[in-house]
Each structure stands twice: as structure tokens, then as C-alpha cells.
Design a protein around this ligand. Structure first.
Ligand code: GLY
Ligand code: MN
Ligand code: MN
Length: 436
């Protein structure tokens, strides 16, 4: 059952935070795929976070100035004919009755009504540049209300402020109900990865594995994958954003799967790498153990006060030590870190925030310095090693790509790993062999 009180509490917290302001948040415009076919709609995360309303063509206006109209939704009105073609609409009545806003109007009335909501506000909170057509509408309303009010001295917004400093700061700190959704997204994602491990074997195609992931995600009640699943076997595992997923897997390949579902608008983002025949080769195993040791060390470092930058430095150090030990790099650890030579095999960052967006909102810096973790922050830990086919290293390492990625929440005194997919060598091999 939909509970509007969660969203009302967030709106109140936002309005308490911003003083005499007005917030204007449009939904994501529908994108044409081709001719009259559209890409699937997903509500803008900010709009969903503050309303739970998931229809397109909506605008949420929040105000501290208009006491009777603190939360207003502009929506597509009920329309029997259109609903036959486009599906159910809550309409103006449902926006108020179900979603608990103070007032609702047809979205066609936005142009006429928006100036009224801007009147009296000191600041306008709006993300300029994200949706330029809508920016035009907001700026026209601002101009109109300024013209109108300069005659009698009423206040109009003198500043336009990014939602980064208000809504995104709130979204960065996950409440218990949000963490529960993220645990659920991870539990479904685990089912997907386990199913993927079971069906993987030499001769199968990457897309057959992708299909298992999707079946588990949708079958588990997830709305959609949180991002396009990466299913890269053999050398494809060294292509960071590999998405073709169309190669036939060979005996002796590793398979890298980076896939997570979205449940209740919250993302899981999980990577596992495993041998499709159920047994790591000695070279694969050597590199895998290096990546796993780096990941374990990074996760152990997550606690209040630590930083993403600090965690990345842990990853770089443990990976570089391992690369020197197995012979991918020569010389001293400090020299390899200093010169950046490790970047030939580890070229990305170790973490990003995770939440409603897979690369979630929230600054990683505060006043120019790395931001200290606080309880409720959720981040990924995803070290990897990628050896190009033509790398000037021992042949047995060439074409190996490995990444291990978990989702970790910062708690009062440490962390909670939300991800539950097996990852030790023995557990991964057992999970693949369980497919027979
Ligand atoms: N799946 C995207 C990422 O790991 O950042
Ligand atoms: Mn990922
Ligand atoms: Mn990630």
C-alpha cells in the first residue's frame, strides 16, 4: 500500500532546510526511440523522492511561502480516450487523494500558475541546464513575476540555487526505509548473479547469461535493471563499459558480470568475475586473489570519518603490491604508485555513491576536501585489474579482466555490506559448478 507520509516527511525536511524558498522539479521528458515509440519512462529521482509520483509530464512545486500550497503537483489530467492508449493516470484528484499534496492542477496550467508560486520567495531551487526546454518556462515565469512585482515592491527570487545543495544532500544520507529497499535490491541481485553463475559454461553465449539476470530481476519483483548489464567473457572483460553481450564463451574464459536491479527506485550495483568452466586457472586465480584482497581491505576501511579518496588509496596500494608480487609490474610499490604505472592495469576509481541513481547524487568533496563518510552514506567498492591482450607482460595474464564490486553502507561504528553474492575463490567455483 502506498504510504504518502514518507514523502510528506521528506518535503517538510526539505522546506525546513531551505528557508523562504520555492522548489520547482520537472519529471524527465519522454524520449522518442523512433517514430511513435518512446523509451520507457522512469520518474526523475528527485521528483520520486519527494512525492512517490511516477507519471511523466509532471512538475512538483514546493513552497515555504504559500502556507496553504506547500506541495503542488502539476499532472496529466484524467482523459478516458488518452488512458486507453497511454494507460492509467491518477489525474488531479488522484494527485491530491493518493499522493497527499495540498493542491494539483493540469500540467497545461503550469505556465499561468507558476509566477504566482514564485512570488514572495527569496530563492528559487531549480536545476538549470538539466532540461533546457523546461528552463525556458521557469525563466519566463521568473521574468513575468519580476515585472509584476516591481510595481508594488513584493519580493521575487533573487537567486536560482542548484538542487545539489538541498535535495541531493538529503538523498546522500539514506534513511532506514531506504536502506531496506537497497537490501532488497541486493537480495534480488544476488539471485540474478547466482542464476547467471549456474547457467554459465563453455559454448553458451553471453546473452543467455544476460537473460538469466533479467529473469531473476523481474521475477523477483524489481522494476528494471539499474543500468545495462555488462556480461563480458574472455578479453571482453577488459572493456570497461562492454554491453554487446554477444560472444560465445570458451573453455578457460573468465566471465565478468556487472549487473544490478532497481527495486522501489533504489539501485544495486554488483560485479562478479568467475571461470565459466568452474575452475580458475593459476594465472586467473593469482590476479583474482589480488583484487579480492584489495576489495576486502577497502571494505574494512569504510567507517564514519573515512573518505572515498582514502578508500581508493587503499585499493591502489593493495593492487599495486599484488601486481608487483605476480610480476605485472616491476620495482617498488611506492615508485609504481608515484609514477602512476599501476594505471595500465587499474584505470578507474574505486567507489561512487549509490542510491536512487546508480552513480548517485551527493558531492564527494566538502569545502574542497574529501568528504568524510557519515552513517547513511552508501557507496560501491569496486577494484579491478584489466590486462590488455597486447600488454607487454607474461602471456598467461593477457586478456584477463577482473572486477569485484559490492555495495556498502556506512553505519554508526563501521559499515554494513549490502551485497551477498559469493566471492571467495572456493565459493565462486562452487556456485558455478552448481549448474552442473
Ligand atoms: N555499473 C556501473 C558501475 O559500476 O559504476
Ligand atoms: Mn557496477
Ligand atoms: Mn559501480
Amino acid at each position: 500500500m502506498f504510504d504518502p507520509s514518507v514523502y510528506a516527511a521528506r518535503r517538510k525536511a526539505l522546506l525546513d532546510r531551505i528557508g523562504r524558498g520555492v522548489v520547482v522539479l520537472p519529471s524527465v521528458p519522454l524520449a522518442t526511440r523512433n517514430s511513435d515509440v518512446e523509451h520507457a519512462h522512469r520518474q526523475h529521482s528527485d521528483v520520486y523522492y519527494l512525492s512517490g509520483f511516477d507519471e511523466p509530464d509532471a512538475v512538483l512545486v514546493l513552497s515555504n511561502v504559500h502556507a496553504e500550497h506547500q506541495a503542488v503537483l502539476f499532472v496529466r489530467p484524467k482523459n478516458r480516450e488518452r488512458e486507453i492508449w497511454d494507460g492509467f493516470r491518477h489525474g488531479v484528484e488522484g494527485a491530491v487523494g493518493t499522493f497527499g499534496v495540498d493542491a494539483a492542477f493540469p500540467v497545461s496550467e503550469l505556465e499561468q500558475r507558476l509566477p504566482d508560486y514564485l512570488e514572495g520567495a527569496g530563492r528559487l531551487h531549480h536545476e538549470l541546464g538539466e532540461h533546457t526546454e523546461f528552463d525556458g518556462q521557469v525563466l519566463r515565469a521568473l521574468h513575468l513575476v519580476r515585472m509584476r512585482c516591481r510595481r508594488d515592491g513584493r519580493t521575487t527570487p533573487t537567486e536560482i540555487v542548484s538542487t545539489q545543495v538541498s535535495i541531493h544532500e538529503m538523498r546522500l544520507v539514506k534513511q532506514e526505509a531506504e536502506l531496506a529497499l537497497m537490501r532488497r535490491a541486493n537480495a534480488i541481485t544476488t539471485e540474478g548473479h547466482l542464476a547467471a553463475m549456474r547457467v554459465s559454461r563453455p559454448g553458451r553465449f553471453e546473452y543467455e547469461v544476460e537473460a538469466e539476470l533479467l529473469r531473476a530481476f523481474r521475477g523477483g519483483g524489481a522494476e528494471r535493471p539499474a543500468y545495462d548489464s555488462i556480461v563480458g567473457s574472455g578479453p571482453n572483460a577488459t572493456v570497461l563499459p562492454y554491453r554487446r553481450n554477444d560472444r560465445q564463451m570458451q573453455d578457460g574464459d573468465l566471465l565478468l558480470i556487472d549487473a544490478g536491479c532497481e527495486f522501489g527506485y533504489y539501485a544495486a550495483d554488483v560485479t562478479r568475475t568467475f571461470p565459466v568452466n568452474g575452475t580458475f586457472s593459476p594465472a586467473q586465480r593469482d590476479l583474482y586473489e589480488v583484487v579480492l584482497a584489495a576489495q576486502d581491505a577497502c571494505i574494512a576501511a569504510v567507517k564514519p570519518g573515512a573518505t572515498m579518496d582514502g578508500v581508493h588509496q587503499v585499493a591502489v596500494r593493495v593492487l599495486t603490491e599484488g601486481m608487483i608480487r605476480v610480476g605485472l609490474l616491476q620495482g617498488s610499490v611506492d615508485a609504481a604508485i608515484e609514477s602512476g604505472s599501476y594505471r595500465e592495469f587499474y584505470m578507474h576509481r574505486t567507489s561512487h555513491w549509490l542510491g536512487m541513481d546508480v552513480h548517485d547524487v551527493g558531492s564527494t568533496f566538502l569545502a574542497g576536501a574529501p568528504r568524510p563518510f557519515a552513517p547513511g552514506h552508501v557507496l560501491t567498492i569496486e577494484p579491478g585489474l584489466y590486462v590488455a591482450l597486447d600488454a607487454a607482460v607474461d602471456e598467461r595474464f593477457r586478456g584477463i579482466g577482473i572486477r569485484i564490486e559490492d555495495d556498502v553502507a556506512v553505519t554508526l561504528d563501521g559499515h554494513e555490506n549490502l551485497t551477498t553474492v559469493p566471492k571467495t575463490v572456493a565459493d565462486v567455483e562452487a556456485a558455478v559448478r552448481a549448474g552442473g
